[in-house]
Design a protein around this ligand. Structure first.
Ligand code: AP5
Length: 212
């Protein structure tokens, strides 16, 4: 695949995971979500998982180096084109991604813009299937059977950090940290902004045009 590496930027709940899943199934990208990698560590109760759980439950950011190491251990750019979802989240991580992972590989950063009140409605109604990775929404993408995944039949969960007060803190953290990231990619002329407040199908059509 001769596509650039994709870096999805955007507030919690702006739809990065939803669109990443669709891009993976249509184009065969690899998908690296640092949030998913960290949640997998928590699920297996590793030392790292135990360390990061309370930080994530509070909606704060995990240490940059810790996340970089996890990311690096899970991607290999030799034969793959990835979607980076949830990394970088601050200016330091943007530089780390370039210096230690991408190392000059062509990349495009796409910024998902959505109004914060819409985000709170989206996240508080989000339900997830941890095994299949399917993402549902009680308003816009309901499962066929209440509380069950359409694909795997497993029980759907509500993430611990999806409670409204934690979501509000995650949005505050995002507001404080995203500007240097946007500036970083603007200065490299790699940044594209996307109106992600529209229905998921419409956003996906725009994304397809952007990556072609
Ligand atoms: P992470 O897992 O990365 O969460 P996030 O960035 O907060 O993003 P979300 O997964 O909440 O949202 P999304 O944009 O993927 O939205 P989704 O598609 O699900 O991070 C969690 C935590 O891990 C962090 O707080 C931090 O502690 C830690 N962490 C992770 N990476 C880190 C890093 N690099 N450094 C330090 N710490 C790190 O959509 C949301 C909902 O909306 C769904 O219900 C969906 O169905 C619905 N929806 C999606 N699109 C639309 C649409 N267009 N219209 C209507 N509804 C839609």
């Amino acid at each position: 695949m001769s596509k650039p590496q994709l870096i999805l930027l955007g507030a919690p709940g702006s739809g990065k995971g939803t669109q990443a899943k669709r891009l993976v199934s249509e184009f065969g990208f690899g998908h690296i979500s640092t949030g998913d990698l960290l949640r997998a560590e928590i699920a297996k109760a590793s030392e790292l998982g135990k360390k990061v759980k309370s930080i994530m439950d509070a909606g704060e950011l995990v240490n940059d180096q810790v996340v970089l190491e996890l990311l690096n251990a899970n991607c290999d750019l030799t034969n793959n084109v990835y979607i980076f979802d949830g990394f970088p989240r601050n200016g330091e991580q943007a530089a780390l991604l370039e210096d230690f992972v991408l190392k000059g590989t062509p990349a495009k950063a796409i910024y998902f813009k959505v109004d914060f009140e819409q985000i709170i409605e989206r996240i508080t109604n989000r339900r997830l299937a941890p095994k299949s990775g399917e993402i549902y929404n009680l308003l816009t993408r309901k499962p066929k059977v209440d509380g069950k995944c359409d694909v795997s039949g497993e029980d759907l969960i509500h993430r611990d950090d999806d409670k409204e007060e934690v979501v509000r803190n995650r949005l505050e953290v995002f507001k404080k940290t995203i500007e240097p990231v946007l500036e970083y990619y603007k200065s490299k002329t790699q940044l594209v902004e996307l109106d992600a407040s529209r229905p998921a199908d419409v956003v996906f059509e725009d994304l397809k045009k952007l990556i072609d």
